[in-house]
Structure formats: structure tokens, C-alpha cells
Design a protein around this ligand. Structure first.
Ligand SMILES: O=c1ccn([C@@H]2O[C@H](COP(=O)(O)O)[C@@H](O)[C@H]2O)c(=O)[nH]1
Length: 241
């Protein structure tokens, strides 16, 4: 099974903070850097290039969710950035995910680049059963809802999903062997959960079969981001069970 280096979510407000983290995280194996809405809305492709120039693979996590035509056109633009992963909301429906996948691949082809992997958000890891039932009024259990979105996403041409590691085994029952499960909601033992609800440790994520973990605050807000990253990387990729 394909397993990637941890993906570090660089959720910071300023370019200086971002560049400082990029420069600190030039370790081996290299993390994949996850750049999200906060940095991209401020700095656009410039911040992507700054990370790429330092040799990082990029997960551009913008979670597109709109009508199919709008998503297709936006994904065409993202496909030209040379990023390695990007995201779309499965809740937008199969037609939207298929349009996004087509736009992304066409954009990459137009730029002569390999197509980024398209990951569909299932249920955000900040959602628990209570929110699913009481706010979204979904009658399925959380794991059934995630399975449903994974099936939809694969059928519409996504390369994988974003989910909690708690749902990976259920997703594997309904998707093909190469379908990726990328899992945020990662917290080392005793770390603060913050707004995350469906959390696991890096070691549990490996045991549950995640292809990649996404970790933000436990690394970026630690006193020593490199040490925090290396411990998490060891626990996810190397530690004995
Ligand atoms: O369901 C989801 C989808 C995306 N995320 C993103 O992952 C990181 C997690 O950061 P932490 O600081 O480790 O909580 C963040 O950028 C989210 O936007 C997610 O958490 N859950």
C-alpha cells in the first residue's frame, strides 16, 4: 500500500511565518506541505511557488464546492500550478466532482504537467455524529455517510478522499485498492484536540491503513516544529506496532 510522508498543514497568517516553516522543514524524508485557504487567499500562486522552489511537494487544499461549470473552470486553473494534490467537496455531487476532475486534468495537460491527485472531502473531521444528525439532518451513521461519499467520489473520477482514519477500513470495503485515504484529525497522545472531533494518533492512523496523515497545529504551534514532525513521521512510517 502506498504511504506518503506526513503532510504538514501550514495554517499561518503571514508570509514570513510560512517561509520560516518551509525553511525549518527542509528535512528528510521531506514532508508534503499542505497550503490552505488562509495562505492562498492572501498570497495566491506566489506562496505555492515559494514552497516548490524549496523542493516540497504541495497539497493545495482549497476544497472547491460550487456548480459543476464553475468548479471545472477553477480546477483548470489549479491544474496549471504543478501541485501534487488538491481537494473538492464530495457533497457537491457526482456531476460536480466529475467536472472538477476533468477541469483539473485538462489544466495540467495544457501546462504539460502531470495531473494532481484529486481528493474529495467526505465529512470534515470536525463533524461528529451529533452534528451530522442534528445539523445536517442526515439519517445515515457517520461512517455510512463517509462510505457513501467515498463511493460517489471514486465513481466520479477522484483519486481518493479526505476522511478520519477511523473510517479508512470501511472505505476500503467499498473502493478499489489504489483509492487514497488521506487523514487529518491527527493528534499525538495527550495533544489538544481543538476543533477536531474524530481524532487518532499517528501510530493508530498507520494501523488503520491511512495512506497519508495531515498534521497542522501539533507541528506548527510546537516549540520545535522539526522535532515534532520527526516524531510524528517516525510514529506513522516506522514505529513497530
Ligand atoms: O476533514 C478535514 C479536512 C481538512 N482538514 C485540514 O487539515 C488540517 C488539520 O490541521 P490541525 O491543526 O492538525 O487540526 C487543517 O488545515 C484543516 O483545514 C481537516 O482538519 N479535516
Amino acid at each position: 500500500m502506498k504511504r506518503y510522508s506526513p503532510m504538514v498543514a501550514i495554517d499561518v497568517a503571514t508570509k514570513d511565518e510560512a517561509i520560516s516553516l518551509f525553511d525549518q522543514l527542509t528535512v528528510e524524508p521531506r514532508p508534503i506541505l499542505k497550503l490552505g485557504m488562509e495562505l492562498y487567499y492572501h498570497f495566491g500562486p506566489e506562496i505555492v511557488r515559494a514552497a516548490q522552489q524549496r523542493g516540497f511537494k504541495i497539497f493545495l487544499d482549497l476544497k472547491l464546492h460550487d456548480i459543476p461549470n464553475t468548479v471545472k473552470r477553477a480546477m483548470f486553473v489549479l491544474g496549471q500550478l504543478g501541485v501534487d494534490f488538491t481537494t473538492i467537496h464530495a457533497a457537491g455531487g457526482s456531476e460536480m466532482v466529475a467536472a472538477g476532475a476533468a477541469g483539473l486534468r485538462a489544466g495540467a495537460a495544457a501546462a504539460g504537467l502531470p495531473a494532481p491527485r484529486l481528493l474529495a472531502i467526505t465529512q470534515l473531521t470536525s463533524i461528529d455524529e451529533a452534528a451530522l444528525h442534528n445539523e445536517q439532518h442526515v439519517d445515515l451513521s457517520l461512517v455510512e455517510s463517509v462510505q457513501n461519499y467515498a463511493r460517489l467520489a471514486e465513481g466520479a473520477g477522484a483519486d481518493g478522499v479526505v476522511c478520519s482514519a477511523r473510517e479508512v477500513q470501511a472505505i476500503r470495503q467499498v473502493t478499489g485498492p489504489d483509492f487514497l485515504c488521506v487523514t487529518p484529525g491527527i493528534r499525538p497522545q495527550n495533544a489538544a484536540k481543538g476543533d477536531q472531533k474524530r481524532v487518532v494518533t499517528p501510530r493508530q492512523a498507520r494501523q488503520l491503513g491511512s495512506n497519508a496523515i495531515v498534521v497542522g497545529r501539533p507541528i506548527t504551534q510546537s516549540g520545535n516544529p522539526v522535532k515534532a514532525y520527526e516524531q510524528i513521521e517516525h510514529d506513522f512510517l516506522e514505529a513497530e506496532d
